[in-house]
Design a protein around this ligand. Sequence first.
Ligand code: EPU
Length: 420
Amino acid sequence: MERLVINGGYKLRGVVEIAGAKNAAVAILPAAILASEGKSIIDNIPDIEDVHCLERILKGLGCTVNKIDNNTLEIDSSDMNTVEACTADVRAMRASYYFIGAMLSRFKRAKVDLPGGCPIGVRPIDQHIKGFEAMGAEVIIEHGAVNIKADRLVGANIFFDVVSVGATINVMIAATMAEGVTVLENVAKEPHVVDVANFLNSMGADIKGAGTDIIRIRGVESMKGHNYSVIPDQIEAGTFMIAAAATKGDITITNVIPKHLESITAKLLEMGAIIEEGDDSIRVAVDKPLRGVSIKTAPYPGFPTDVQQPMSTLLCVADGRSMITETIWESRLKHLDELKKMGASVKVEGRVAVLEGVSKLTGAIVKATDLRAGAAMVIAGLVAEGKTEICSIEHIDRGYPHIETKFRELGADIYRIQEE
Ligand code: EPU
């Protein structure tokens, strides 16, 4: 086991390049198995543990996976030889559920262990199943696995009960090779939903409307491998924007799509930060105390739940009172107990937290309770007086590539140690 150690108090300065989007890459890699011929070379893939997990799952399914470099994979799924994905890797991560949609589309059957993922609340997959069943699939959940099969997979009209990133992407993947037209309504509009649709279209799918409220998919007979570049990670970018603001630094973040960051930019401007947008970069600087604000998480284009936790650290040290309302996940405020160990003044009632800004945080031994909670603790360590040690950093490694190297290059005193 490893820990991150941070000696706080340094203002971040310089330039940091953002990696490819985790939540796009983790859907695109399973979707690559839709190709019955040709190879896909996918670049701008983040070098994170969730991707390494998917590489192992793909190999276990009989795909040939060549690592061209740390951010580029070549995948050949033409000789895939099983529709069973029941391994510890599958159970360890969330996005392994995309293999259900992908195998159902290509082979009309699959057996995939139920997914894992961050402990941020109940994470049902009823909307995924509702979509698959509407297309004619029979789904049985037994012994911790999803068993699914369809004699014929036929396009359907599906209105999701909740806006779900995972269900939107999974059912869209499944529909690519269903007979006829599938119409998905009340869908998620996140940039990664659009990115996955673009990848699928590059492979030969016929998908229209991704990024709007209605997605129409006309089923095609077969799909081929294609080269593709994953979009930049809006959540990693948001994390660095907030870290720059929290340390009262001045950094330029490159390889971003500023439009995807608008909800975060708007909040930082409201707090008093300086933001300059370039074509594919964004500068964040702070030269005066920041004001507390209220944030309420919402599906895109609202404030992303995945940035709520990093943002909460900034709000802990902003002037006055701030409020957080987490609407997506019922237990995504656990990290606030860790921040309290560092001097934060926080009251939590259900999914709402009220934070009274404090003049400083102080270093402590704290835990990354989940992935984005880990990022929140890193930012806390960067601003705190003295030394912070963060345990359970395997959560952070699942989703942030080389986090300590990137912050060190911006002037932070942060390093990794082996736990005794
Ligand atoms: N939901 C249902 N039924 C379903 C699916 C979802 O009720 O069948 C509910 C969930 O319980 C939740 C809401 O709908 O309350 C939204 O869940 P969604 O399906 O959108 O989440 P997800 O697909 O499981 C992805 C990201 C999460 C991110 C959410 C919301 C991946 C692998 N994970 O999860 O990312 O928080 O969308 O944007 O794409 C992270 O990166 O740290 C992370 C947790």
